[in-house]
Design a protein around this ligand. Structure first.
Ligand code: C2E
Ligand code: MG
Ligand code: MG
Length: 675
């Protein structure tokens, strides 16, 4: 049977059933929701629908010029009726039969034609009395995507607009079942509250979703009783984006482990929980030994791959009482909450060492990294996450100092030492600002003639309360804190100025300046030194730069380039404390070096060390280097050096390091003696 003929049959059936309704004064019609057509209508409907005949009206295919929102609403009605066939609604409908708006207040309900055909029975009252404002308002309510609903104070639904009906799984469901947050439900039951705003989870046809809701207390216009008018907007997408953004903010993108932000908030919460239970725990700081070497030699991609692998291995140790995070670089944290005794903790650390140390293949090469681990226990060494992180970090450095691939516990002594160091660093910073450093000079003397041929610039700290502080007490700290760069340049400047002044007085001697290995890490070291040289009109040929063997050992091309540039500018390079490091004479010819300074430990034990000194002197001759002996304190030592053909010496025998004025006096006196 064709659609047309089956519709005609249904229309005939309806005409039979509903013929009495033709007499009604107000319009009544049956709407076919499946085919968007009018199946039956009474005479009065013709006026509303602006039609000449029932035949014409029944033949209209309304789907053709139906707006999306109207078609959505029709679908909604269908869904409403199939859920609850007894449902009845009243709405203002504005129809456009011939393009002209006709507003009808319609009461509509379901009408079952046959077991599988559900239509809509509509009764209308043309409402000319309703003002335009009201019409538009009610239209807006029908079309808006905002869910609007009215509930009695007991929670029973009194009205839902189509958007609201489309979202609830049952149009009669109570307010208490709609909202999942029981606190919110309690607030809605609180007579003292008039307005509530929240972003909350609600039950919907699509499961649990997030709605931004505003609930306002009002009166039901029909019963006059107190009610809640609630507007809701679905913000699930926004919420998901927000959650993703939150995840990104709290996790490391490379390893997907929680990051520092996460640690600050959630590790603290977990620590608090352990403490509330009267238990104790530990924060473990894990740093990879020699990670920088892997990064530098195999590249950053390989370094990243290594970090991901280590993160996975640490994750494999994760249990409910551990949490793992990455702080950045090659630093990881593990929170143990709670610990079941020291043995338990040590077994965890052994496991960390074991899993991290398993070799990993990077770019076809097998690489092994080991961890250095620092442990801070709580509550006995602190209760705040940042304090515990600092403590575990200090303990980790202790582990590194004692030989890497090991663990160390934070102790009070470790904390005190660190605090002392921190205080000293701020004192040093202040000392630099207020010129408390002074450059001293120690003569370098020709062994055969005993004439001063040079000087070494050695820094001193005129401490406001401690008096003169020796470099052994602060150079290492200046290196650790980055202050060495500025300090080193100040000494270099003083050396240039002194050399220039003494040269002007007729003593054109060579001055040597110590350069820290850390200064070679500075990109602009050479440029900075040349700027100072130019500013103070120094003579580079009379300036020698003392470096330690460790500077050469890295075979770092940047360092070698810097050395060559310095030599090209006229500076000479000396190796300081020679003999205490790698001492491989064979590599010396590869670098632009002109002088070796034999460490004073050899001079102090001259009897046993003389063969070594002899060897150094003869090798140096081979490479055309001159040799300076450091720390000469006795005439015997000097005599021995003369026999070994060592060219220069430096030591207390001749003079301790002295300030500029004393050295000037010494220069004049010695020269006048020599002359
Ligand atoms: P260094 O460069 O090897 O300097 C020689 C050190 O030996 C000086 O110690 C000097 O006072 C000491 N000395 C010289 N003759 C004798 C002697 O006969 N007997 C004994 N026992 N010692 C002698 P000082 O001035 O305490 O400096 C220690 C170290 O601090 C220096 O060793 C150097 O490595 C470092 N230093 C000093 N000034 C600077 C600086 O301006 N920059 C850098 N980077 N390091 C510096
Ligand atoms: Mg030196
Ligand atoms: Mg030395």
């Amino acid at each position: 049977m064709t659609l047309e003929s089956s519709l005609a049959q249904e229309a005939a059936l309806l005409t039979q059933r509903l013929c009495e309704l033709d007499r009604l004064h107000h319009p009544v019609w049956v709407f076919d929701l499946d085919n968007a057509r009018i199946l039956w209508c009474n005479e009065s409907s013709l006026q509303v629908w602006q039609s000449d005949s029932k035949e014409e009206l029944l033949s209209r295919e309304m789907e053709a010029d139906m707006s999306v929102s109207v078609s959505k609403r029709l679908n909604q009605y269908k869904a409403d009726f199939s859920r609850d066939e007894s449902a009845r609604f009243t709405e203002f409908w504005t129809m456009y039969p011939n393009g002209e708006p006709v507003t009808v207040n319609v009461v509509f309900s379901s009408y079952r034609l046959s077991p599988d055909r559900l239509c809509m029975f509509c009764e209308g009252v043309a409402d000319n009395a309703t003002c335009a404002e009201t019409l538009r308002r009610s239209e807006a309510l029908l079309h808006t995507s905002v869910h609007i609903s009215l509930y009695s104070c007991a929670g029973a639904p009194l009205y839902r607009n189509p958007a609201s009906r489309s979202a609830v799984s049952c149009s009669t469901s109570l307010l208490q079942d709609h909202f999942m947050d029981k606190d919110l439900v309690r607030q809605l039951e609180d007579p003292a509250l008039d307005e509530i705003q929240a972003i909350t989870s609600v039950n919907s046809v699509n499961g649990v979703v997030w709605h931004d809701i505003t609930a306002r207390r009002c009166r039901d216009a029909v019963s006059g009783e107190a009610a809640w008018i609630i507007s809701e907007v679905d913000v699930s997408k926004l919420k998901a984006t927000e959650e993703h953004a939150q995840f990104l903010a709290e996790h490391d993108t490379l390893t997907k482990l929680p990051n520092r932000n996460y640690v600050s908030i959630y590790f603290q919460q977990q620590i608090d929980k352990v403490l509330m239970e009267g238990k104790s725990g530990a924060l473990i700081f894990i740093d990879l030994d020699n990670f920088k070497t892997v990064n530098d030699s195999l590249g950053h991609d390989a370094g990243d791959q290594l970090l991901v692998e280590v993160a996975d291995r640490l994750r494999s140790l994760e249990r409910s009482q551990y949490s793992i995070a990455r702080l950045g670089g090659d630093e990881f944290l593990m929170l143990i909450k709670p610990i079941e005794g020291e043995q338990h903790l040590e077994s965890i650390m052994q496991k960390i060492i074991q899993v991290v140390s398993v070799p990993i293949t990077l770019l076809g090469r097998e690489v092994q990294v080991t961890p250095s681990i620092g442990v801070a226990m709580f509550p006995n060494t602190g209760t705040q996450i940042h304090e515990l992180m600092r403590h575990a970090d200090l303990a980790m450095y202790k582990a590194k100092e004692t030989g890497k691939n090991d663990f160390a516990y934070f102790s009070k002594e470790l904390g005190d030492a660190a605090e002392l160091r921190m205080n000293l660093v701020s004192e040093l910073r202040l000392a630099l600002k207020s010129n408390q450093f002074e450059t001293y000079f120690q003569p370098r003397v020709d062994v055969s003639s005993n004439i001063v041929v040079g000087a070494e610039a050695l820094v001193r700290w005129n401490h406001p309360t401690k008096g003169l502080v020796q470099p052994g007490d602060f150079i290492a700290l200046c290196e650790q804190s980055g202050l060495i760069s500025e300090l080193g340049k100040n000494v270099f400047r003083d050396a240039i100025v002194a050399q220039r002044d003494w040269a002007a007085q007729g003593h054109d001697i060579r001055i040597s300046v110590n350069l820290s290995p850390l200064q070679f890490g500075e990109e602009y070291l050479v440029d900075d030194l040349l700027d100072i040289l130019e500013e103070h009109q120094g003579n580079p040929k009379k300036i020698e730069l003392e470096i330690t063997e460790s500077v050469l050992l890295g075979h770092d091309q940047c360092t070698i380039d810097k050395l060559h540039r310095l030599v090209a500018c006229g500076f000479e390079i000396a190796i300081d404390d020679f003999g205490t490091g790698y001492s491989n004479l064979a590599y010396l010819h590869r670098y632009p070096i002109s002088c070796l300074k034999i460490d004073r430990s050899f001079i102090g034990s001259m009897d046993s060390a003389s063969p070594i000194i002899e060897l150094i002197v003869s090798m140096a001759k081979l490479f055309d280097l001159y040799v300076v002996a450091e720390g000469v304190e006795t005439r015997e030592q000097l005599e021995m050096l003369r026999k070994l053909y060592c060219q220069e010496y430096q030591g207390y025998l001749f003079s301790k390091p002295t300030d500029f004025n004393s050295f000037t006096a010494l220069l004049t006196r010695r020269y006048s003696i020599a002359a």
